[in-house]
Design a protein around this ligand. Sequence first.
Ligand SMILES: [Mg+2]
Length: 235
Amino acid sequence: MSLRFNPGQTLLLDADDTLWENNVYFERAIASFISYLDHHAYTREEVRAMLNEVERETVRERGYGVSSFQHSLVTCFERLSTEPITPEKHQRIVSFSQSIREQEIELLPGVAAILPLLASRHRLILMTKGNELEQADKFARSGLAQHFTSVEIPREKNPDAYYSVCRKYELQPHSTWMIGNSPKSDINPALAAGLHAIYIRHPHTWVLEHETVDEAKYGQHFLELTTFAELQVHF
Ligand SMILES: [Mg+2]
């Protein structure tokens, strides 16, 4: 028998790769970038590993988002290219990240049908990290805003970010859940902050979000679901 929880829970929902596709666009842009770079000394995998390193540095300095990603591509190109970057080359690299900005929002399967049901029984708060303008714009374009009572866009989703949301909305850990696709940003810090967590795996989760899932403590619920639609079984 599966667990079913009472109405009146608070569900904190991640957005990118939980409600809508996101990382797959970055993966496409990266594939185009690596092909364009066409490096003769390094394999595609080696170039990708270097880009991952550059992205880690950029995120620390500039946070998440498309502008930050664009900066990473240019920096990676400069480090790997034997010749200086020309305005034409720069423009071409910018076009790879620009394609992400122009992307329509594609909701993941089940989201449009299940969210209204969840919203009728529980309180939904969007909890997405990243660039505030970019994330707010995607949320507005998603057509999902009506189902949420609030939106939180912290710079990082660490335990402090979860504690602070709990204080702000006076949330009780025993009835508060974080739902998302990232072990690093959604599951582990939420468990560390004493909340329940639901992990919905996405096949294209960004490599910088990978982490082993921590064990839930006594009294905490942790569930792993394969689709968003399965949420209706439990909530
Ligand atoms: Mg996500």
